[in-house]
Design a protein around this ligand. Sequence first.
Ligand code: AHR
Length: 330
Amino acid sequence: MKTNPTSMIRRSALVLLASATAALLTNCNKGDKAGGGSGDTMRVGFAQAGAESAWRRAETESVKAEAEKRGIDLRFTDAQGKQDKQIAAVRDYIAQGLDGIILAPIVETGWDEVLGEARDAGIPVVLVDRGVSVKDESLYATLIASDFVSEGKMAGEWLVKKSGGSAKIIELEGTPGAAPAIDRKKGFDAVIAGESGMEILASQSGDFNIEKGKEVMEALLAQHADAVTAVYAHNDDMALGAIQALEAAGKKPGTEVTVISIDGGKAALGALVEGKLNCVVECLPLLGPNAFDALEKIKAGEKLEKWQKVDDQLFDAENTTKDFVDKRPY
Ligand code: AHR
């Protein structure tokens, strides 16, 4: 049979077109599947509380880096300390039909409705670092966080021992309504309640950030500079702000005034080695691997513990070296 060269070219072009269309459709289907939450690429939304502290920035980095490592398609929102913004972010992730949501709740209350919407949509919510107070615990899959009450107790017990049970304390609290602010106070108060020589002169929020911590400390020093012997700050940043305020007021942090913080970031541990800070209770921010492990286990049908506790330790001059601080990753 004689072949017509023009029709051969036409036929080859048609074959090429058909395979290109098939490839395109396959890729589109893959994309659709991921969008519907059942494909290979896991799509996850991270509704972060803000960027108020070095701790939180380290947590954000941990989640982003782990998502990249695992090839997870991560959507990120920084709620800038505003709960309405964070709720809107969760709603947006629900509307996108993602495979999972990681939420670091700014405050404990006000989550029932939006978490109910996520559950109705079949999207698991993994809480990281801070817990919520909800009527029904099945509204979230799991909480991965430190025990903040125990952190407060560790700080209180260290101070009682160090001061021989006698201290006049300024307390810098975290963001009002936030789980770590509530629980770190609870734990500390429980310890000093049984100690007649331990007195809290003043207790005020510094909103977990360095500038506010400094500002509040300056104001409180105006009233209590002569009496204060210790500062208990609910996080590193506020402690570092308080150290600046103490120095500006002519006081020697670390010797004249004992300073205690919670978190254990490089800057605070550096101040500890320098002798300006005396005790740091650790709170680990590197929660990215745990959060994605949880989502992958949920996807595989595993039931998770409601609270996966993160272990923390205590740092003071006796167990902290410059070499250790230099190697600290955050
Ligand atoms: O929820 C954890 C706390 O929030 C950290 O102690 C603090 O630094 C952060 O802002």
